[in-house]
Design a protein. Structure first.
Length: 136
């Protein structure tokens, strides 16, 4: 009897558009989806500022991945089409640049542009959730 109920539910789940139940609801109306073991993708319901992407990445790193506040979050790929979700604009991040296949860029404490290799700490990213800075 249990299988008679479970089979149609499983079949229905396969027919639904891809929106992983594991997608993380981040602050500032952002969502996060895991691309692979090293990379996660941040997106919003509409186009978002750089600060909102950093906020989503920081919130996910802190709450879902239990990353310490001092951990660096790296941009794997700037704004582009979604890989793990059907979204026109997402940004990909990682906590492990080597595993993601990117080289961290040299730079200051604050990463304004969302370019590959740029990074900032989880703590600084979380500040964008409550005190957005002016960004490009």
């Amino acid at each position: 009897m249990k299988y008679a109920i479970a089979a149609p539910i499983a079949a229905l789940a396969l027919c639904l558009p891809h929106l992983s139940l594991a997608d993380f609801a981040a602050k500032r109306d952002m969502r996060v989806s895991q691309v692979n073991t090293a990379i996660f993708e941040v997106y919003g319901s509409t186009a978002a500022s750089s600060g909102r992407y950093w906020c989503g990445a920081g919130d996910y790193a802190a709450r879902a991945l239990n990353a310490p506040w001092t951990a660096q979050i790296y941009v794997v790929r700037g704004r582009g089409s979604g890989v793990s979700v059907n979204k026109r604009t997402t940004v990909q991040f990682t906590l492990d640049p080597e595993a993601a296949g990117i080289k961290p860029s040299e730079g200051g404490l604050i990463s304004l542009p969302l370019r590959e290799g740029r990074s900032q700490s989880v703590q600084l990213s979380l500040q964008d959730c409550t005190h957005p800075r002016m960004r490009h």
